[in-house]
Every structure is written in C-alpha cells, then in structure tokens.
Design a protein around this ligand. Structure first.
Ligand code: FES
Ligand SMILES: [Fe+2]
Length: 439
C-alpha cells in the first residue's frame, strides 16, 4: 500500500528538474530525514584543536541527538559518545565545551569515564547482589556507531552501515587540503567558540543557499550598492586598512557572467563546490611574506596551486560547508521542520602571518555573524522560503537552470556554469537516495 511516507511516495517528491514543497513543510518527512539522512550520513562533530588536552570536550548534536566528543586521559583517543546518561537518560554534559576528568550526571550523580564507561554511582550498596553489573555497556554513555577523521576534522555517523567515510570524503578532500595547507605546517586551530544562531527555516534552505550563485546580486544588492556609494568618496590607496573590508564586500557586486565563469562542481554523496580559479575570494590582496612562507613549506608549485585555488563554498552534505581561502566552516544543526541552528567557526592557519587569520575573522564578522551585513539578508530569504512554501496552490520548486548542460569530468563528478541549478539537483537526488535506502 502506498502511504505518504512509503519509498515510492518519497521517491516521487524529487524529479530530475524539480522537488516538492513537502520537503520543507512536512514534519513527518523531517522525522524520517533525521533517521535516514542524519542518522546515517557523516556529520561533522568537532575539530581536534578543540580537543587538544586530555579531558577536553565539545558537545553538539547529530541530527536531533545530543553527542559529546572528548579526548581521553591518555591524550590519544578521541571518543564521540551519545550525551545520554546510562541511568535514566538525561544529557550528562550541557556546556558547549570545557575540560573534565570525569562526567557527572546532574540528576542522580552517576559518574562516567571519558570513554563513556560507568565509573561510579552514589550509595552503591543498593546495587549489590541484585544482578547489576557496572561494566555492562548499557549503563555507560554509548559510543556512536562510527567515527572518522580527516586531517583534524572529526565526523561521526549514527549508523554502522551508512556510506563509507573514505568514499564519502574522496572527491572533496582537495577542498579540505586547500584549507589546511594554507598553514605552512599543515595545521589549523579553531579559535573561540564561533557563532551560533537560530534560523526560522528548514535545514535545506541553508544548504541550498551555499552554492546558489543567482542570489548574491539580488539578495545582497543593498550591501553592494552601499559599498559602491561609499567608495565614491574615499581613496583606498590612502587607507589600506579600509581595503581589508572593501575587498570582502565588493565581490558581492559581481554580475551573472562572473558567477557563471566561476563554475560549479557536483560530486557523489551530494557534495560539491562553486568556484575554483575565480570566486568572490580570488581578488584579495596578498598578505606580505605569505606566499614565500608557503613556498618554503610546500614547494613552489604546490604553494602557488594552493593560493590560486579559490573555491567558494564546498558542500559536505548534509550538514557542513567550508571555505578554503578564508579557513571558515559553517554547520547546520536541524531542530524541526522549520527551525535550524547555524554554527560558524574561524580557524587560524598555524604558522601563517597573523594577517591571514585577521582576514578570516573580518570575513566572518562581515558576512557570517548574526549582526553581519550579508548573512542576515540570507536569513531573511530562508524565512521567506519557509513562509511562501506554505502555498498549496503551487506544489513544486523548479531546478531546471542549465539542466542538461553539465559535463562529467570523472565518474560521478560533473561541472556546469556557476549559476546552474546543478548543486540543487545533486543534493536533492542524494536526499532521495538516502530517504529511499539507496545510500
Ligand atoms: S539520569 Fe543520570 S544519574 Fe540518573
Ligand atoms: Fe547570500
């Protein structure tokens, strides 16, 4: 029998050139997404620089499930555990990050080791001779089914049999490498606790927007116009400090041809990126001495390749995006069908001139922060999507821009003009694959 949530019914919601509005409005589909996408896919949890010392921990969520990543007391192992007490199930750790030798649940005081095993309980006499076994893993904080790391970026999957990590990361390793190797020693350090803010929209509104090259000149027009107006009255040559801000905002003035030339690349598992040789990051002033440092560290050819690769957003489906040129990541944590949390973090490339990190922070403040001039425009549009898609008279969302114009450059890897809807088609096809058990 076909029900609204049978595989056949779900598969019918995504066609090659369009998807159905239920993907943004149906709470039942949201619950299934948490089980079949966020319950199986590789979701970013933390960066190893946040877990530098034994006992360092970070709490977050995979889908709607609370987890904690912690460095064990040996200083080596990192465990990703369900943040769930082995007694009655309360979350054990509420702080976003910190350091602890043991974790004590605030409800009845059960205490857990960093590997999640139960260490002790108060008044243990009550458990004597009643068949209770403290070593039984069911009384601990369970480990997530799988965890994996790529050069300091820690991911986890709640399912034993979801996609293989190496296969998942394969085609987007180059984006991570480009970001990480912008450090002469090949190491990034996450600085501060980042931004975390609520969006009144479905998680896919954020993911869609990342490689949407048809919106900046419209959604961000007021920012671009303000920047142009401002520049009429100033002499940038006299004010190099001001240029640090202008060089970030001005590319939002770019036209359609610029974004088409930038290109979009779609990879397996919904991953992909826009930009390459050019993007909104490609015209930044070179930081004095930086290229020489990178050439010394990586060799001339590799250093020049790193600095001339300017991908815009790399999508790590379903939850993450990274920007190599400015060492920035953002994560979407779904809350409900129409609520999401976005997190944004800036990294310091270890060993690079301070100015490189400073630019990353300026970028994040100007573009990603809750009080930014750019990200707030996007947030408004996510909310309007969420509102407009209540319309029942029009059920489908079109994704046909440059349909049929993509070119396969390697098995599973396709490229198209930057304003193509290729990235949407790729993500929604992947959505369908996860939701119907193909992935
Ligand atoms: S719920 Fe944690 S000790 Fe009881
Ligand atoms: Fe935007």
């Amino acid at each position: 029998m076909t029900t609204p949530y049978s595989n056949e019914a779900i598969a019918a919601l995504v066609e090659p050139r369009r998807y159905h509005r239920r993907l943004f409005t149906d709470p039942g589909l949201f619950d299934l997404e948490m089980e079949r996408i966020f319950g199986r896919a590789w979701v970013y949890v933390a960066h190893e620089s946040q877990l530098a010392k034994p006992g360092d921990y970070v709490t977050t969520r995979i889908g709607t499930q609370p987890v904690i990543a912690v460095r064990d007391k040996d200083g080596e192992a990192i465990h990703v555990l369900h943040n769930r007490c082995g007694h009655k199930g309360a979350t054990v750790v509420e702080r976003p990050c910190g350091n602890a030798r043991k974790f004590r649940c605030q409800y009845h005081g059960w205490v857990f080791n960093p590997d999640g095993s139960l260490f002790a309980q108060p008044h243990p006499i009550g458990y004597r001779d009643c068949g209770f076994d403290r070593a039984d893993p069911r009384y601990g904080m369970p480990r997530v089914a799988r965890q994996a790391e790529y050069r300091g970026f820690i991911f986890a999957s709640l399912s034993e049999d979801g996609p293989d990590f190496d296969a998942f990361i394969q085609e987007i390793r180059s984006s991570f490498d480009n970001m990480i190797d912008r450090s002469p020693v090949g190491r990034l350090e996450l600085v501060g606790q980042g931004f975390r803010y609520l969006k009144r929209s479905n998680w896919k509104a954020f993911m869609d927007n990342l490689d949407d090259a048809m919106h900046p000149m419209v959604t961000h027009q007021s920012v671009g116009d303000a920047c142009k107006d401002y520049l009429r009255d100033v002499d940038l040559a006299q004010d190099p400090e001001l240029n640090r801000y202008v060089e970030i905002i001005n590319p939002f003035n770019s036209g359609y041809d610029f974004y088409d030339d930038m290109g979009v690349t779609a990879c397996p598992y919904g991953n992909g990126w826009t930009g390459g040789a050019s993007s909104i990051h490609s015209e930044y002033d070179e930081v004095p001495g930086y290229r020489a440092l990178l050439r010394e560290a990586h060799g001339r050819e590799r250093a020049d390749e790193i600095l001339s690769t300017n991908r815009h957003n790399t999508i790590v489906y379903p939850s993450m995006t990274l920007k190599g040129p400015i060492q920035n990541i953002r994560i979407v944590r779904p809350l409900s069908v129409d609520r999401s949390i976005i997190e944004a973090y800036s990294f310091r490339p270890v060993g690079a001139p301070d100015e490189v990190f400073r630019r990353n922070v300026i970028y994040s403040n100007l573009v990603n922060s809750p009080a930014s001039m750019v990200g707030t425009d996007d947030a408004e549009m996510y909310e309007r999507l969420q509102h407009g898609l209540r319309t029942e008279a029009q059920e489908w969302i079109d994704t046909s821009r440059y349909f049929g114009r993509e070119e396969e450059i390697r098995p599973g890897v396709r490229v198209a003009p930057g304003t193509s809807d290729l990235s949407f088609r790729n993500m929604y096809q992947t959505w369908k694959d996860y939701m119907t058990g193909v992935l």
